[in-house]
Design a protein around this ligand. Structure first.
Ligand SMILES: [Zn+2]
Ligand SMILES: [Zn+2]
Length: 258
């Protein structure tokens, strides 16, 4: 079986108490058949550090981008384009809009989100989209910037069925995290039942949002298996099937061979 964690923050894990180094994180993941992951960056200096961190490791892919909550540090669009052109970079992001944690820079968030999509189209690489309390603006910007041309994924999906449908309509994938296993997440489980298997990705968003039964602990790529097991039951398929389909989806969207 081959599972992929389509979204994790390897540079934010606890390497003092939880893990000795990246090798130990990846070994723990492999023991649960999680054989590949996408290391997502949230700032451009962070991207460069992440690239050094994963150098020499097999099947670790990178995204390049600036998270909507990290826009206090100014960056140049040309720098984003130059860094994202790297052959190890399979996606732009994470980018998007977060009106839940920050409302004093909405025009800036929107401008940077548009830039990421434009660079994604220019390089023909998909975008990894983060959205919180910004459903309508996220959808309109994706459509206005013709994100269907580079495609992408709405990561850590917590929106409704209508939003999922609009994203499916523009060729996007929907990624489910450990939130789907939470006791109070029935509305999200409805969305997961609705989204077709061939457009579904799985992720940890580690170190955040550890799935049941690891809640309260630091999340890590190994735990994407718990998300997979849960979704397999929800979708009424074998775990092996869910693994195969989501891993194929990952290869398709990010144009990688696993
Ligand atoms: Zn996010
Ligand atoms: Zn993230």
């Amino acid at each position: 079986m081959y599972l992929v964690d389509s979204h994790c923050h390897l540079d934010a894990l606890d390497y003092t108490e939880q893990h000795t180094d990246l090798n130990s994180v990846l070994t723990a993941a492999k023991q649960r058949d999680v054989k590949s992951c996408l290391a997502v960056s949230t700032t451009l200096p962070g991207f460069q550090a992440l690239k050094k961190m994963v150098a020499g490791h097999q099947n670790i892919f990178l995204s390049c981008g600036v998270h909507p909550l990290n826009l206090d540090e100014v960056y140049q669009p040309e720098t984003l384009l130059a860094l994202a052109a790297d052959s190890q970079v399979v996606a732009l992001g994470e980018t998007g809009l977060d009106y839940y944690y920050q409302q004093d820079n909405i025009p800036l968030q929107q401008e940077c989100f548009r830039q990421h999509i434009q660079v994604g189209r220019q390089l023909n690489k998909p975008v990894i989209v983060h959205t919180r309390d910004a459903r309508a603006d996220t959808l309109s910007i994706l459509k206005e910037e013709r994100a269907e041309e580079c495609r992408g994924v709405l990561h850590c999906f917590t929106e409704d069925i209508d939003t999922a449908q609009q994203l499916l309509d523009i060729g996007f994938y929907i990624s489910f995290s450990g939130i789907v296993t939470f006791r109070n997440a029935e509305a999200l489980r409805e969305v997961a039942r609705y989204v077709p298997l061939d457009r579904m990705l799985i992720e940890t968003d580690s170190p955040y949002l550890a799935p049941v039964p690891h809640r309260g602990k630091e999340n890590q790529p190994a735990y994407v298996r718990d998300v997979a097991e849960y979704l397999a039951v929800l979708k009424g398929v074998e775990l092996e099937t869910l693994a195969e389909v989501t891993t194929n989806n990952f290869s398709q969207l990010f144009k990688v061979t696993l």
